[in-house]
Design a protein around this ligand. Structure first.
Ligand code: TRP
Length: 452
């Protein structure tokens, strides 16, 4: 493939910000604090950091190797590296699962958009029964669908503009904005009375809380949060320049992602602890039911501050969701575009429309179609289960085995050192992890989650 003919990221910082945009998502701002709440606070964070460093970064480097070496979409990348071999299925699974995840990711993203609009309109400050607000909204047949469609429209618009003027440019605006908003919210949250309780929860590890299942949840969360095992980052790496340093980029992206996750904890827990009688482990309702309630009570004397806090918070969630949705969309669009030789606009439209169709079904499964279940899961739950609990871990194991055992060691080393022009002292450690440690650890998560 002629690298010069293919559009790629124009700069190294663009590559880092776009990949960080993929990683930083609902998983950081919503899922991470929930996991921390459920798994004993600081002890979970401690284990999570080890998972990121020991497993997350090496697996991310492997995806970068596959993507940049082949400079093509995920399906063609595996087909090119392993012509006629079973390994190719991994590429197909990656693109398929990105499609599946996008179709339910837009549903939650649509909720986020709704909450932002409500907050800006002053509706969240009205002291309502937030659990009813939430339930009425998600079970409404058309409102969440419209919100999801609006969100899909935004994603589509950026993808249709292309790699440099769409993905790269938007990441360069949205990521700094996101980091700035986080900074503002952390300061706001720390200044709330009673916030020190929340800080203590986040900073004081109770090691007796660490059990096998806590460790396994941490591995799972690290994978989801870093956008691993699905070819999203392979696709982005195919746009990296020849002089982009892969190990350094992987460390940079993982650092930003982890930083955002932990700071989200620093926003949510001090706020939640500042209001008596609210429990931290409120689960998925945390950001849509507990937080509006907390904002309302905590800022009852300063409603304008509550208004700013909640509006910024949902804007943060929306930006995070958007940059991740873009990466999921691009994985599929890149394949359509190259495989069928159609224009980017057409490929993007095909992906947006078909994903949105599935998205409608996911959205309705919270309302009129809630009785439609399989193995006790509604459509949304079924998609999430298949993608994140089955295809994702298997994909993770395959990527490790593929890079560690199938690919030529020289190819991997040459890609990580930019053809030997860089030094990468930890290569042997990386190679050991990718061959033994990471696949075994992921296999353990997989088995545990299936049994749970
Ligand atoms: N990492 C994103 C988040 O934290 C979600 C995401 C985007 C993802 N692309 C992915 C997860 C690929 C797994 C694989 O919300």
């Amino acid at each position: 493939m002629n690298y010069e003919l293919k559009e790629g990221f124009g700069s190294k910082i663009g590559a880092v910000l776009a990949s960080a945009g993929s990683a930083v998502g609902l998983g950081n701002v919503w899922r991470f604090p929930t996991e921390v709440g459920n798994n004993g606070g600081a002890a979970f964070i401690f284990i999570y950091l080890i998972c990121i460093a020991v497993i997350g970064i090496p697996v991310m480097m492997s995806e970068f190797v596959i993507g940049r070496h082949t400079r093509t979409n995920t399906i063609s990348a595996f087909a090119k590296l392993a012509p006629g071999k079973w390994w190719r299925i991994e590429g197909v699974a990656g693109v398929f699962v990105a499609f599946l995840i996008l179709s339910y990711y837009i549903v939650i993203s649509g909720w986020t958009l709704f909450y932002l609009v409500e907050s800006l309109g002053g509706q969240l400050q009205a002291g309502r029964d937030y659990s009813q607000v939430f339930n009425d909204f998600v079970s409404n047949p058309w409102q969440p669908v419209l919100m999801g469609a609006a969100f899909m429209g935004l994603t589509h618009f950026i993808i249709a503009r292309g790699v440099q003027s769409g993905i790269e440019k938007s990441s360069k605006v949205m990521m700094p904005m996101l980091l700035l908003i986080i900074g503002i919210l952390v300061v706001c949250s720390f200044s709330m009375p009673g916030s020190s309780e929340g800080l203590r929860f986040l900073l004081k590890p109770d090691f007796s809380k660490i059990t096998a299942s806590v460790i396994l949840s941490a591995v799972g969360q690290a994978f989801f949060s870093l956008s691993l095992a699905m070819g999203c980052l392979c696709t982005y790496a195919s746009y990296f320049r020849a002089d982009t340093k892969l190990p350094k980029t992987a460390v940079g992206v993982s650092t930003i992602d982890t930083f955002v996750a932990i700071l989200s904890g620093f926003i949510i827990f001090p706020a939640v602890f500042s209001v008596e009688g609210v429990s931290v482990d409120a689960g998925p309702g945390l950001v849509f039911i507990t937080l509006p309630h907390v904002f309302n009570i905590a800022f009852s004397h300063l409603p304008w501050l509550g208004y700013i806090f909640s509006s910024f918070f949902y804007l943060l969630l929306l930006l995070a969701a958007l940059t991740s949705a873009i990466s999921l969309h691009e994985s599929v669009t890149a394949y359509m575009l190259e495989a069928f030789s159609i224009s980017r606009r057409k490929a993007a439209a095909a992906v947006s429309i078909s994903c949105m169709t599935l998205g409608v079904a996911c959205s309705l499964s919270f309302g009129v179609w809630s009785d439609l279940t399989l193995f006790g899961l509604n459509i949304f739950g079924l998609f999430d289960f298949t993608a994140s609990k089955i295809i994702l871990p298997i994909g993770g194991i395959i990527i490790c085995l593929f890079t560690g055992w199938y690919l030529d060691r020289k190819l991997v080393e040459s890609e990580l050192t930019n053809c030997g022009t860089l030094r990468f002292r930890l290569f042997r450690l990386y190679y050991f992890i990718i061959r033994y440690v990471a696949p075994l650890a992921i296999a353990a998560v997989f088995v545990q989650e299936l049994l749970a």
